[in-house]
Ligand binder design. Structure first.
Ligand code: VNL
Length: 390
């Protein structure tokens, strides 16, 4: 009996201790940042982590009396791993926000955890239109493929491109890019003669590119995820497809600023549509690019970095608005409707869709100060995700 009482008292003490811990935790605000830090999508993780750390360095690590703690986890871009890590972050670490998500399957696998635990989930990279519909707790700070692809479907036919073959990675964002480019391009009088899809994991572009070379369209429209663009560019040039008169066009994922400067002069003149270029000529972006380079041995930020940077802004601001007192629902409400200037230009989190409304730019690869850059030459303002109108 005495022993029982003793055990009971110990148990109470542990509960009390846990309670003290949770009081201590009240002064902390934890962000669980799940990213592919290794494997095929590692550049995305590297860019986003660097951007998140830069944002914290510039804006301090205490907001509304809370100490911000960034917990970075490497999911190797395997969706089951992403999901398990999200679960652990919510249950064990009691994170206030989940963030990151390099690829669409990882974001989709985590969505139910955000919903069940009422944890806001800030998608900083993945860009399939439907992601924001997978959980009411998802807010996106990257972009959507329909946003970018539709702009190319308008630009190409006005610029002498009538026949196109599309080549996309065979999963969510690639299928979105293929569908929305084609729909708009055909509406504008263009013709898509063939739609090719390559696997996401370990793709071999060679046989597909050979097929395109034989078909001789005016242009090849490409979507591959960030990090895969250089391989496509290399093989496109090796096959002399540019010399055969086939233009390369696509969403800006292909002329990814993380790799562009190493793609060589063959990349000059490639036109893409996207929401961010490191060469975006605003005062804010110049500062961002400079600070990012300084903090990361000269690394150039790409569109993933800007998604991470703005994602941190959305989280910090939500914490400020709720004065550090809010749970998941209050934070989420404070994320909706945020409107601010980003290094990419004006940006708005649509309160209804929780998706990003932003400018989409047409850009051409040119040399700026001896470096290859995506130089913006036209803009379509305040583009909502076309995928939400269906
Ligand atoms: C996705 C979309 C991933 C665009 C990307 O790079 C990208 C995605 C990793 O939704 O999986 O450039």
């Amino acid at each position: 009996m005495q022993k029982r009482l003793f055990l009971h008292a110990t148990a109470l003490a542990i509960v009390a201790l846990a309670a003290t811990n949770s009081v201590a935790q009240d002064n902390k605000f934890k962000i669980g940042l799940i990213l592919p830090m290794t494997g095929q999508q590692a550049s995305t993780g590297r860019q986003i982590e660097a951007a998140a750390r830069l944002y914290m360095a510039q804006n301090g690590d205490t907001v509304a009396g809370k100490k911000i703690e960034l917990i970075v986890k490497d999911d190797t871009s395997i969706p089951d791993v992403t999901k398990r890590m999200a679960q652990e972050l919510v249950v064990n670490d009691k994170v206030n926000v989940l963030a990151g998500f390099g690829i669409t399957p990882s974001a989709l696998a985590t969505a139910p955890i955000a919903t069940q635990s009422k944890t806001p989930m800030v998608v900083m990279a993945a860009a399939t239109s439907s992601i924001t519909q997978a959980s009411p707790y998802i807010v996106r700070t990257s972009f959507t493929l329909p946003q970018a692809a539709v702009a190319m479907g308008d630009w190409a036919p006005k610029n002498g491109i009538k026949k196109v073959v599309t080549l996309v990675s065979d999963y969510g964002p690639g299928i979105d890019a293929e569908k929305y480019f084609k729909e708009r391009f055909v509406f504008n009088g263009g013709q898509v003669t063939e739609s090719l899809r390559v696997p996401l994991r370990g793709p071999d572009f060679a046989p597909f590119l050979q097929k395109v070379r034989d078909a001789k369209p005016d242009a090849l429209f490409v979507f591959v995820p960030s990090g895969a663009g250089a391989a496509v560019m290399k093989q496109f040039l090796e096959r002399g497809m540019d010399k055969a008169g086939i233009k390369l066009i696509g969403t800006g994922d292909i002329t990814d600023d993380d790799q562009l400067n190493d793609m060589g002069e063959g990349a000059l003149g490639v036109v893409t549509s996207h929401h961010y270029a490191a060469a975006h000529p605003s005062a804010m972006n110049k500062k961002f690019v400079e600070a990012f380079g300084k903090a990361n041995r000269g690394m150039r930020p790409n569109f993933m970095a800007v998604g991470g940077y703005d994602g941190m802004r959305v989280i910090y601001e939500a914490l400020k608005i709720t004065k550090g007192a809010g749970g998941g629902d209050a934070l989420l409400a404070a994320m909706k409707g945020q409107i601010f200037e980003s290094p990419r230009g004006p940006m708005f989190i649509d309160a209804q869709t929780r998706d990003v409304v932003q400018n989409i730019y047409l850009r051409k690869v040119e040399k700026l100060n001896g470096q290859l850059h995506n130089v913006e030459f036209d803009v379509i303002k305040d583009v909502k995700d076309p995928g939400k109108n269906k």
